[in-house]
Design a protein around this ligand. Structure first.
Ligand code: NAI
Length: 502
């Protein structure tokens, strides 16, 4: 029976004093508990202690922590020199090298070192908790406690329940996470747990757009930031986390879900890894970086130097588009055979719109009216279209004050398909029971800094709209990648909120 960690001192063993272990030790002591910190490398734990003390001193200097409080926290950090020193630990958190054999060996040694009731938790990102527990006598005490980097700043912690994990172990780790000032979310053991799985849609659909030559990384990132409120676009994010980290993670999750195409990545991802273009840390990834870390990118903005179109026609009636065009200063007329013809499709590409409406594909310019169109508008046209017509529309739309991005033909432009994929994967995570619906949004907003969680996003876009966008994508591409989650489909058809339980 695991102890109640909600109050009093708790003896917390932390194994591994690297980037993660030192953060875990820090939030342990600032949470009023004792940390026993061990690292196999000589001097590593002592170096981590100096680092943590420096962080606490800085918090005091900045007035975020009292001097007495910091001193008391420092007193609760003990550097130890072996697993035997963990004998009194009530819970041990392992944050060593990401290698299953090494972790298994450490867990077996730990079982001999600690008491029968001690909980053993791993901070692994990509290994199954069940696989780490496989060599343990008492598998019911083994769970995941997955923090995010940098630990003191990232509020989320995933409490990972393996098939053998006891309920009271999960409850105890949930309480421990709260004591550490984190927001715990209970998730099921499986590839990528929750956040790393949920994050696949954003990066891989960005890669898909680049793979097909629809848009450049700079264009995709600008649209996701400006029109969709993400702090970073998918390519900026991949360059920050490192291609050597996110490519293998993508492959592990894709294969872990038995090649579910919704999680597939694209060759560009592997090409960068093979070329050693790993992102910011190597000065080159999807982007290049100057000596000071500044990103060097092509412009995401369309050429707006053409004479703006002043008379435009619509491929089909659309109130919102008509209003936007008038605001931009154009007269909306019957097609005169020479003017640009505009449309605002949901999920269709310009080619499909031209075929369906009979509009002249050479003059057709499609505009994405989803997202924050006051900041950035996306336009696209079909193959063979007259670039001069597109440029005149770009110049016209720039008159609204929004930036304009011009891309190649795409079902769902950039924003629609990126957001539909994020929403759909969130729905699928709910469907397969990785976590409770409300926790999915909490985890994705705290763990990935998304402006809103995938289920809230589904409701904001409208579940029926997301379903329609995916339906077009699936039909136009013929690909399983775009198949809607049954969770999404049922709630869209029944008009229910995305968080409605089964
Ligand atoms: P790191 O390389 O910064 O630190 C690992 C530390 O473990 C090193 O100091 C090393 O000397 C020590 N170590 C290795 N084998 C040991 C052993 N047998 N006994 C004791 N100490 C040992 O690694 P990092 O980034 O802190 O990652 C640690 C764990 O946390 C990994 O499982 C990783 O997947 C996971 N993780 C990492 C995240 C990140 O962003 N870096 C995020 C979430 C989880």
């Amino acid at each position: 029976m695991a102890r109640d960690f909600r109050s009093g001192n708790v003896m917390v063993g932390v194994i591994g004093a690297g980037a993660m272990g030192r953060g875990i030790a820090q939030v342990t002591i600032t949470g009023g508990m004792t940390a026993l910190l061990y690292d196999a490398a000589d001097g590593a734990a002592a170096a981590a202690r100096s680092f943590i003390f420096g962080m606490l001193d800085r918090a005091v200097d900045k007035g975020r922590m009292g001097a007495d409080e910091a001193a008391a926290a420092k007193d609760r950090l003990q550097v130890v020199d072996g697993l035997d020193a963990m004998a009194d630990a009530e819970v041990v958190i392992e944050a060593i090298v990401e290698n299953l054999d090494v972790k298994r060996a450490v867990f077996a040694d730990l079982e001999r070192a600690v008491g029968d009731d001690a909980i053993l938790a791993s901070n692994t990102s990509s290994l199954r908790i069940a696989a780490i527990a496989a060599g343990c006598e008492r598998k019911q005490r083994v769970a995941g406690l997955h923090f995010f980097n940098p630990v003191p700043l990232m509020k989320l912690v995933e409490v990972v329940r393996a098939p053998a994990t006891d309920d009271d172990v999960v409850a105890a780790l949930d309480a421990l996470g709260r004591r550490m000032g984190r927001v715990p979310v209970v998730v099921r053991d499986g590839p990528g747990f929750l956040v790393n799985l949920g994050g696949r849609a954003f990066t891989t659909e960005g890669l898909r757009l680049a793979h097909e030559g629809i848009a450049t990384p700079a264009q995709v990132d600008a649209v996701m930031r400006d029109a969709c409120g993400f702090r970073m676009g998918p390519f900026e994010l991949m360059d920050l986390t490192g291609i050597d980290v996110n490519f293998p993670a993508s492959m592990a999750i894709y294969n872990g879900y038995f090649q579910d195409r919704r999680m597939a990545t694209y060759p560009l991802h592997e090409s960068l890894r093979e070329a050693g273009r790993l992102g910011r840390k190597t000065g080159q990834g999807h982007y290049r970086y100057d000596g000071k870390g500044g990103k060097i990118a092509d412009s995401a903005d369309a050429d707006i130097s053409a004479e703006p179109a002043r008379r435009v026609a619509l491929a089909e009636a659309h109130e919102g588009l008509e209003k936007l065009l008038r605001e931009a200063g154009a007269a909306v007329i019957e097609d005169d055979g020479a003017c640009p013809v505009l449309a605002a499709p949901l999920g269709e590409d310009a080619t499909a719109v031209a075929v369906r409406t009979g509009a002249d594909a050479r003059r057709l310019v499609a505009v994405d009216l989803t997202g924050d169109i006051g900041r950035r508008l996306t336009i696209m046209s079909a193959p063979g279209a007259d670039p001069a017509q597109r440029d005149r529309v770009a110049a016209l739309l720039a008159g609204t004050g929004a930036a304009v991005t011009a891309i190649h033909d795409s079902p769902g432009f950039i924003a629609q398909r990126m957001r539909a994929m994020v929403a759909n994967l969130g729905c699928e995570i709910a469907q397969i029971g990785v976590a409770a619906p409300a926790d999915i949004d909490t985890a994705m907003t705290l763990g990935l800094n998304y402006p809103l969680g995938p289920l809230a996003l589904t409701d904001e876009m409208g579940a029926d709209t997301v379903l329609a966008i995916l339906g077009h994508l699936q039909r136009i591409t013929g690909e399983e990648r775009y198949r809607p989650s049954q969770w999404l489909r049922r709630r869209a058809l029944l008009g229910l909120p995305a968080t409605t339980p089964d």
